[in-house]
Write a protein that binds this ligand. Structure first.
Ligand code: IDC
Length: 521
């Protein structure tokens, strides 16, 4: 390829001259001292991070291109250019940035056709956060409130933009708008660079002070370690507690059906999840749909292998009898007893294992007539072998009828009621139900929830998910997210085609996965 961008060539030339001589030019004549970007430009220029045009001017009001922006970022980060696909003057730095994971292939294809286009603000911020503050996360509710035009932000950029607001890298315009798809002037870009470098030197704390925005109260006094730290769990009042009686919150992933996606319940996949901060894994043992009932021995072995892998990673683990198309748990009562007898026998000495006896009763099923009597038969099977085990019980309407259990709760120790939600389908009303249950003294465990609609697709609904998770956190309620697999549905935490047996990077996570993994701690 040949030089096809004359202005780029000029900029490159200037950069080279500048870098080679290391000359610190006096302030650019076209950056007025009173301009908002003057100090940022001067400081960066002093440090040899900026260059002007061949005529010695900086042109602060000109739109910054993707190539210019990434080149400056690379220089700030000390990222060396690498061989690239095109002869564009900035291709080497862009290729290095791509390989460093600062952005995705489709955002700035290495074939170069977007290098000279204005860089959208949301992408610019993502690159800055990946490059300089990769550990920073922004609380969804706190930060999104600072952004008037939050609805215009592409979900792909939620995480870095919220983090950038949290770190004080971005503050928005006079109207409180972020203008996610708008461009940046060269002067404004310098201010962003200066902010991110200051926040990075400051350990990710805001470089400046900001308007105070109320933060939801953090869950107080809860432990979130693994099994070695917390030991046997116990339910005290409505709260799940550790062996010492201190409140504990479990957060993690549910597998998809292990008859289909058992590879994502492998030791490596579970270790990957644990490494991200989860202390819980849920093993979904479908009954029908090709699950346990089709091949009890093989599915039992698969489930046990996943439980073992979770234990090896110091996670708590839920053994989930995943009834779904068989809406009434009574339909397979005998098989459930056989299954839980064997599981509880096998894990009777392990403090890691929780038992969920009926995923989601549905259809023509009531708590009183079907679910409660089922629970009264299955719970003793488990407690006879593992007397201290925590047991999770579902309810009719896909484990949403928790209000019906209030009227006739189960008796016994260490029992919790599950509540399942999907952020694109369920909201305030179900949360009120949850509060009603707590008020009535029922301990609640959200053993399955999704960022999607209830059908596992649509969305993802990250704003709604954030509201739910904040609500749960404020009440110390434990949760498992549906689901850890690479199926082509939005609720899946991994991108289609992600290999189960490698250490995952952020690039392997779907939009949902990134959000959820970011909320384990
Ligand atoms: C969905 C899966 C989907 C699968 C379907 C039927 O995401 O790939 O085809 O089950 O097996 C639940 C269930 C859970 C559902 C999930 C999303 O517990 O099995 O998984 N969901 O629809 N309850 C509410 C939603």
């Amino acid at each position: 390829m040949k030089w096809n961008h004359w202005s780029g060539f000029l900029t490159a030339l200037t950069l080279c001259v500048f870098i080679l001589t290391g000359t610190a030019f006096a302030a650019f004549p076209d950056v007025a001292a009173e301009s908002p970007c003057a100090s940022a430009v001067a400081e960066m220029e002093d440090q040899g991070l900026l260059s002007g045009y061949p005529d010695g001017r900086f042109y602060p009001a000109r739109t910054i291109s993707a190539a210019q922006f990434v080149t400056i970022a690379a220089r700030c980060a000390g990222l060396e250019p690498v061989p690239a696909q095109t002869n564009h003057w900035a291709a080497g730095s862009l290729q290095a940035a791509l390989q460093a994971g600062w952005y995705d292939w489709d955002e700035l294809p290495p074939t170069g056709e977007r290098f000279n286009l204005p860089i959208p603000r949301q992408l610019a911020v993502k690159i800055l956060m990946r490059a300089f503050l990769p550990e920073v996360r922004g609380d969804y509710l706190t930060e999104s409130r600072k952004i008037n035009d939050f609805a215009r932000l592409d979900g792909r950029y939620y995480e870095p933009v919220l983090a950038a607001y949290a770190a004080g890298v971005v503050t928005g315009d006079a109207q409180g708008n972020f203008n996610p798809t708008g461009s940046l002037s060269r002067g404004a870009a310098c201010i962003l660079f200066q902010n991110v470098l200051k926040a990075s030197a400051n350990g990710g704390q805001p470089a400046k002070t900001h308007e105070s925005v109320p933060t939801p109260a953090p869950a107080v006094g809860t432990a979130q370690g693994g099994v070695s730290e917390n030991g046997w769990l116990q339910v005290i009042g409505t709260q799940l507690c550790n062996e010492a009686g201190e409140p504990v919150v479990l957060r993690g992933m549910s597998s998809h059906g292990i008859q289909w996606y058992g590879q994502f319940a492998s030791a490596q996949a579970i270790a990957n999840t644990a490494r991200q901060g989860a202390n819980l894994f849920r093993v979904a043992v479908y009954t029908e749909e090709g699950g346990y009932l089709s091949n009890p021995d093989a599915i039992f072995q698969k489930a046990a292998a996943a439980v073992d892998a979770a234990i090896a990673n110091d996670l708590y683990v839920i053994v989930d009898w995943h009834i779904l198309s068989d809406g009434n748990p009574m339909t397979h009562l005998e098989e459930a007893k056989t299954f839980f007898t064997a599981m509880a026998e096998r894990y009777k000495d392990s403090p890691a294992v929780l038992y969920e006896i009926c995923n989601e009763p549905n259809g023509n099923v009531t708590w009183e007539r079907d679910v409660r009597p089922y629970a009264e038969q299955v719970i003793p099977v488990i407690h006879a072998r593992s007397p201290k085990a925590v047991i999770l019980v579902g309810s009719s309407t896909w484990s949403q009828d928790i209000h019906l259990a209030i009227r006739s709760p189960l008796s016994g120790e260490n029992l919790m009621y599950t509540l399942h939600f999907y952020a694109g389908t369920h909201g305030t009303e179900l949360r009120q139900r949850l509060d009603e249950a707590l008020k009535a003294g029922l301990p609640v465990f959200v053993s399955e929830w999704g960022t999607s609609r209830a059908d596992g697709s649509g969305g993802v609904f990250l704003k709604e998910s954030g509201e739910w998770l904040d609500f749960l956190a404020a009440r110390n309620i434990s949760w498992a997210n549906w689901s850890l697999c690479d199926k082509n549905e939005t609720s899946a935490a991994l991108r289609p085609g992600t290999p189960p047996d490698k250490v995952w990077t952020q690039e392997d996570l779907s939009e949902s996965g990134r959000f959820v993994f970011g909320r384990f701690r």
